[in-house]
Design a protein around this ligand. Structure first.
Ligand SMILES: *[C@@H]1O[C@H](CO)[C@@H](O)[C@H](O)[C@H]1NC(C)=O
Ligand SMILES: *[C@@H]1O[C@H](CO)[C@@H](O)[C@H](O)[C@H]1NC(C)=O
Ligand SMILES: *[C@@H]1O[C@H](CO)[C@@H](O)[C@H](O)[C@H]1NC(C)=O
Length: 359
């Protein structure tokens, strides 16, 4: 009896949480790094780039650490919410291939993102972007086996492909060269864009048409960057790299749009949202935009958000949850701006227009 009651309770909560929202697209497929991971890294060996322990998830339903690098939901969850889903689709590595269960879930979308990864396969040691796309190809063939090719192509062409990556590539480049000259920066952008373009073309070849790309935030202002500065200021070189890379991505997407038939995209700017919050914290309702809420040492950025770390109570007043990731509240702002916002926040169209474009 107890288990039946628990089941009914779980059902009730899942219905009430999802409300009456109807998904506006057939599925969402998510690629990227810790800004998008919802638990793939939980399935990897070792302790690298994981967030599946307290105090992560302290504001998630049931205070559950899920692998999200947040006190609650992340930006992908909020974007999925605007598209009529309850939250991000499940992590790829949580789906088993034994039963049709995993395939059914895959029909509504899958999240392949892996914290620590980048645009470049040489960045990080977790699930590279190339491997994430290979995993999508696996899902695609399973869907095609169920639906047939024509219907699969139709469904995928209406689905949204979200990509949130790049910060880790920039950080890795900065660690190797903390004072790059213009030639070195240009070379780096060229390599980055060459690879980013290849990834998008690979997804296009697998049937993706609608791309929602999220740019790189001003990572020089993360607590993990500020702690490198004697006065706790932002690290200008890292912020310059973010601006340069974002500009190059903008040009690349515009060029791809001109050459790939039927490709549609929106470039969402977490950079604009976070920059605005830092420029005028009070106007956005924040009291603390330098220190992490959870962590230890200077700016709470010296030791990580470990189970024995302290954390703030007023999480809604903090921009950063840990030394490198926004709070749930800040992610919600980013999701809202990218979905509904003006050209400053998403261009050439916003995510809502991308979702509704059926031309
Ligand atoms: C799932 O499928 C993949 C690729 O087809 C395979 O490599 C993997 O071993 C399978 N996993 C399980 C749990 O059966
Ligand atoms: C940039 O730095 C590299 C490595 O130090 C050097 O070889 C190159 O000449 C520099 N380029 C310019 C334009 O300063
Ligand atoms: C927390 O635990 C880590 C090891 O897991 C240790 O290095 C660190 O000193 C501890 N911090 C505190 C504040 O106890």
């Amino acid at each position: 009896m107890a288990s039946v009651a628990a089941l009914l309770l779980a059902l009730f909560f899942s219905i009430s949480a999802s409300g009456n929202a109807q998904p506006k697209v057939p599925a969402i497929y998510v690629f990227g790094d810790s800004t998008a991971d919802v638990g793939n890294n939980n399935y990897l060996p070792g302790n690298n780039a994981k967030a599946n322990f307290p105090h992560y998830g302290i504001d998630f339903p049931h205070s559950r650490p899920t692998g999200r690098f947040s006190n609650g939901f992340n930006g992908i969850d909020f974007l999925a919410g605007h598209m009529g889903f309850r939250r991000s689709p499940p992590p790829y590595l949580s789906l088993t291939n034994k039963t049709s269960h995993g395939i059914l879930k895959g029909l509504r979308g899958v999240n392949f993102a892996s914290a620590g990864s980048g645009i470049l396969d040489s960045t990080g040691t977790t699930i590279s972007m190339t491997k994430q796309i290979k995993y999508f190809a696996t899902i695609r063939s399973r869907i095609a086996a169920r639906l047939n090719t024509e219907r699969t192509n139709d469904v995928l062409s209406k689905s949204i492909f979200l990509i949130s990556s790049g910060s880790n590539d920039l950080s890795a480049f900065f660690r190797q060269n903390n004072a790059p000259n213009n030639t070195q920066k240009e070379q780096f952008y060229n390599t980055l864009i060459y690879n980013y373009k290849n990834h998008i073309e690979a997804l296009y070849d697998l049937g993706a048409r609608k791309f929602g790309i999220i740019d790189v935030a001003p990572i020089g202002c993360c607590p993990s960057s500020r702690v490198l500065h004697p006065l706790g200021d932002c690290i200008a070189v890292l912020n310059d790299l973010a601006v340069g890379a974002n500009d190059a991505v903008k040009v690349m997407l515009s060029n791809l749009h001109a050459t790939l038939k039927g490709m549609k995209y929106s470039l969402g700017s977490s950079h604009a949202v976070v920059s605005n919050i830092i420029a005028d914290p009070g106007a956005a309702g924040y009291k603390e935009v330098q220190s992490a809420c959870c962590g230890g040492g200077k700016l709470n950025a010296v030791s990580g958000c470990m189970p024995n770390a302290t954390y703030c109570d007023n999480r809604k007043e903090y921009l950063f949850w840990d030394d490198g990731h926004p709070t749930q509240g800040a992610s919600k702002k980013v999701g809202l701006a990218i979905y509904h916002g003006s050209l400053q926040y998403a261009s050439p169209i916003n995510f809502k227009q991308l979702v509704e474009d059926d031309g």
